[in-house]
Write a protein that binds this ligand. Structure first.
Ligand code: FEO
Length: 395
């Protein structure tokens, strides 16, 4: 990646990963990703803010060479996860005078994960500042976005907030700054859904904290830099609020067509009633799309055939994933088919204990759906509509 300038003496020196297709061995990356690292040259000291994934450390070093960086005094580490901290040991090797500047929790993680010696650290507290001469770094603790140690670093004179994963997006782009705002928000929404959504409450307080600062740029560790910070701040405010849409998400699996017919009927019944609906065949769907759709859906309806008395294993896997990302859905239910007996509803409930939903009556169909089953699905669609109409959070 070419070195790119944010402001005078502040440069992006990270790596673009055009080819990465999967993160954490679970999250699809349709547009690759980036590991953003930034150099700040002060009149007396030079700081490197976060590093890159170890697989891309060569690119980081090429960029430092291109910028003619002869000395790094501080490696500020906003987050200990290895896609940002993994190259710290190599940077310490290349710049032995450098110290890792971070909080106590992050230091603990990096000692465990990267085997960095204790004496290499300078430990800072929330609100502490560090002078680089004519530039000042101020540390703003923003925990649980998405690990307990996460923090942001504010470059006071240039009004740049380096936020780590917070406000990030998995996008590989040659543009440093956001150009296509709608696409940027969509990319950030996918990232939020997969990584940040379980932490809606801490994010709310972190947003308030961040907004106390006069910010010209938000520079996260993945994706593009926001030169209009309000774009992403407003998007996050909406995502972490209680507001949902008149919308139903239906993750489903069907083996022989019965469940598919049930899903199709409910989908049509919801459309007829003016409810936005999105069914996902989870055998082929991008799980990130399902997660994004759940960011602002009022209702989730899970659909599965019965396999060996329980859910289809893929449906069970998707439910475990949804339970982990904790969408703010308000209503939920189960629909599906069975042959002779089944425990799908109980299994679905036990797999989604994190979801604070009002359960609606499930629709279970023996074999292929018949007239009375279609009637039950129409009733369910009507019930969902009424629930949405009477819910204060549906906007
Ligand atoms: Fe991008 Fe939590 O690491």
């Amino acid at each position: 990646m070419a070195v790119r300038k944010i402001k005078k003496d502040v440069y992006a020196v990270g790596a673009i990963d055009w080819d990465r297709t999967l993160f954490d061995e679970i999250i699809p990356l349709p547009d690759g990703t980036s590991y953003n690292s930034y150099v700040v040259f002060g009149s007396e000291k030079t700081a490197l803010i976060d590093t890159v994934d170890p697989e891309k450390e060569e690119e980081l070093f090429e960029n430092l060479k291109e910028l003619n960086v002869k000395r790094i005094d501080y490696i500020v580490s906003n987050h200990a996860e290895q896609d940002h901290s993994g190259a710290i040991p190599k940077v310490l090797e290349a710049f032995p005078m450098a110290k890792v500047v971070t909080n106590e929790k992050c230091k603990g993680f990096e000692k465990d994960l990267l085997l960095i010696d204790d004496e290499k650290f300078i430990t800072i507290k929330d609100g502490d500042t560090l002078s680089l001469g004519n530039k000042t770094l101020k540390f703003v603790f923003t925990p649980w976005v998405h690990w307990p140690e996460t923090m942001s670093t504010y470059l006071v004179e240039d009004k740049i907030m380096f936020t780590g994963d917070f406000f990030g997006s998995h996008i590989a782009s040659s543009d440093l700054f956001v150009k296509n705002e709608a696409k940027a928000v969509e990319d950030a929404k996918r990232y939020y859904a997969e990584i940040m959504m379980p932490f809606r409450m801490p994010i709310r307080s972190n947003l308030k904290k961040i907004e106390e600062y006069d910010i010209d740029f938000i520079a996260p560790t993945h994706g593009q830099v926001y030169d209009k910070p309000q774009l992403i701040l407003n998007a996050y405010k909406e995502w972490v609020s209680e507001n949902v849409k008149n919308k139903v998400v239906i993750p489903y699996v069907s083996m022989h067509g019965s469940t598919r017919k049930i899903v199709d009927h409910l989908t049509s019944a919801l459309i007829q009633r003016g409810v936005e609906v999105r069914p996902y065949n989870v055998i082929t769907a991008d799980i990130g799309e399902v997660a994004m759709s759940l960011v602002d859906a009022a209702t989730i309806v899970v659909a599965s055939p019965t396999v060996l008395v329980g859910l289809h294993p893929t449906a069970a896997y998707v439910l475990s994933f949804i339970n982990a990302i904790r969408p703010k859905v308000k209503f939920g239910t189960f629909i599906g088919s069975y042959g002779w007996a089944g425990q799908c509803v109980n299994q679905a409930k036990s797999l989604t204990s994190n979801l604070k939903v009002e359960m609606l009556e499930p629709v279970l169909v023996k074999g292929y759906p018949k007239a009375e089953d279609f009637k039950s699905l129409d009733d369910l669609a009507e019930k969902i509509l009424k629930k949405h109409e009477n819910c204060e959070y549906v906007k």
